[in-house]
Design a protein around this ligand. Sequence first.
Ligand SMILES: NC(=O)c1ccc[n+]([C@@H]2O[C@H](COP(=O)([O-])OP(=O)(O)OC[C@H]3O[C@@H](n4cnc5c(N)ncnc54)[C@H](O)[C@@H]3O)[C@@H](O)[C@H]2O)c1
Ligand SMILES: O=CCCC(=O)O
Length: 533
Amino acid sequence: MKRALLTVLSPHAARPALRSQIQPTNHLRIMSTPTARRHAHTLKDPSLFKQQCYINGAWVDAKSGKTFEVEDPATGTVIGTMPEMSKEDTQTAIDAAAAALPAFRQLPGRQRARMLHKWFQLMMENQEDLATLIMWENGKAKGDAMGEVVYAANFFEWFSEEAPRAGGDTIPASTAGNRVFTIKQPVGVCGLITPWNFPAAMITRKIGPALAAGCTVVAKSPGETPFTAAALAELAHRAGIPPGVVNIVSSLKNTAEVGSALTSSDIVKKVSFTGSTGVGKLLMKQSSDSLKKLSFELGGNAPFIVFNDADLDAAVAGAIASKFRASGQTCVCANRLYVQSGIYDDFAKAFTEKVKQFKVGPGDQEGVTHGPLIHDRAVSKVKAHVADAVKQGGKVLTGGEAMPDLGANFFQPTVIRDMKPDMQLASEETFGPVAGLFSFESEAEVVKHANNAEVGLAGYFFSKDIQRCYRVAEALEVGMVGVNTGLISDVAAPFGGVKWSGFGREGSKYGIAEYQIIKMVTLGGMGGDLQGS
Ligand SMILES: NC(=O)c1ccc[n+]([C@@H]2O[C@H](COP(=O)([O-])OP(=O)(O)OC[C@H]3O[C@@H](n4cnc5c(N)ncnc54)[C@H](O)[C@@H]3O)[C@@H](O)[C@H]2O)c1
Ligand SMILES: O=CCCC(=O)O
């Protein structure tokens, strides 16, 4: 439906033409533009399309009245605008979260669980609309977007089940007469910062455990994909989450200012960030003065290893799933594909054949398997990695080019063989649809190459040798290993990295601990002989 409204103009013509119609100075004005209105009307529930921030249970604009435009990466057309929030606006949100904290933390876990469960149900009931918003602002194919909504909602369901079970321990004391126990308490107000590549799931993976633990939050939505976050806030409202417990602020140009308001605040006790390693390091420095509790889910550069003894079909399917999920724009995507020499040619052929079957296009078109990249900077990085590989002797088996006929942000799914360790792709996360195939001879050699990275998020390998499976899984310097599978993301499994991929774990039974403190209580003068009276 959305595509139909844009057929009046070609993707290239659409951008300047629509932009000249839309000179937004405030929220009301953009709501009256044809683009914003038509986008809203293609949702089953248009009231999920919010162009304001959610603070203290109310929909608000930036105090300055400033907004920024959000574009559909498939067409470059403006979807709508969001408030350009400032330090002052962020402080309002922090104050609201602080005011809501005392009552919210006192609620029984069971009651918080019910709210989270209601929020989960509302997400599932509105799955199609949320997927449409994700598709518009992120570009991913409709099927992927529908899958992301389920993945995202599952974090609320999971942590609704953890909330009532957040008990402490009873510990045998070393001193006679003492009794020791622990209680788990919410860390307090949390600042959450998330990227555009999973507009729903990266936020719910943080808000779910935070609320389960009894914390209140200020989440800064990604500048590229703020509408999904705003729709989630609307559903939080409908789920009966009390005002001030969940606050969402948006920014584009003011992002550093908003980030600094969260990291420098003495009220905010915890910052959880998902994004690039460079920004993670900056936020860690900024948080040092107030000694915050931190969780950082940062960049990856996943090795994907295929041994001679692997099941070839399974390895090809795993590589397709891992490398090309969301057009290569996930932090756990395979980045370096190491294939042992005995199986290299067969793997390269079978893998390339599968890649050639992809259908690239706007996410809502029938049969499209892969959408655009998020913006032109992402396309430039992909182009640079391909050019560098080709210059140094890499051979392109398929793809290798941008697809301007589809739009400025499309790039062909690409396979390059004869990759060398000193090529750019070997040491940098491509974050795009380019698979570079490296050849190797021995297990020891490939583990050395795999571990030769500053980051350590995910790693994958395929082998039928059970002893090798243990050896290599234990030797890889990463936080998550996929053995004979290319898909490891699961709400029940701990997600996180080592080295420059950060620290902390999300999802699973460990995720809630990131939002709790363990308080120990020692009771003296306990026990002793039974009293006669
Ligand atoms: N480990 C994980 O779980 C995980 C998940 C998704 C993405 N990532 C990583 O994220 C990167 C891609 O996302 P990106 O390019 O949007 O990352 P990014 O670091 O540029 O942005 C991530 C978030 O941080 C915000 N941000 C940027 N500069 C900031 C500042 N100075 N202060 C406060 N906030 C700031 C952005 O607005 C966005 O919301 C990749 O490196 C990818 O591997 C990691
Ligand atoms: O991009 C990073 C997150 C990916 C995932 O949760 O599977």
